[in-house]
Design a protein around this ligand. Sequence first.
Ligand code: SF4
Ligand code: SF4
Ligand code: SF4
Length: 186
Amino acid sequence: MSDELLSRKDFFKKGFSKFFQFLHETVGDNLGVLAYSPVRPPGALEEKEFLDTCVKCGKCVDSCEQESIRFAGIEAGFLVGFPVVVPSERACFVCDDLSCMKACPSGALNLTDKFNIKMGIAVVNKDKCITYNGEDCRVCVTSCPFPEEAIFIDQQKHPFVNKSCIGCGLCEYWCDYDAIRVKSER
Ligand code: SF4
Ligand code: SF4
Ligand code: SF4
């Protein structure tokens, strides 16, 4: 093999090795990142379009007085730096101003009225929800911006989530038992 060919091979080998080193440093052993399915701020485009459109300027982050939006961290792997809502940390309070969507300069967030926001859907964990242990609780219902509509207590005295749930995550945020979580469906 010629010297030139060898050095090109070496170059690509080093390139790949650097790439995998970067992958390892970014993702580590946590392959869970491959299943990363974030809750995006309200009014977000479909995920692929969102990633193509969002310029990571942080105007949505700055505009939210509730501090409901933050930049994704290293847990997001390659999607680090895009804005997310992490309901267990801080839900979207579905404020009257809807300022995050108004602040977005790129169109990654579109101004959407409260009823048509779709960040995901809440899912009850029967193993954790205390109503499945015979206790009365309606924290998720009372914390919901659309109580008795998006979520209600059914005849068996368990919370039931309707399709009209917008995925704001207030139920998740206020539940002391980690028994309800927003699934982003992105
Ligand atoms: S709708 Fe309001 S509370 Fe929710 S993320 Fe946007 S600015 Fe924050
Ligand atoms: S304001 Fe829009 S473009 Fe800027 S980070 Fe938020 S979603 Fe992305
Ligand atoms: S059920 Fe939960 S996530 Fe859905 S709208 Fe109500 S508080 Fe928000």
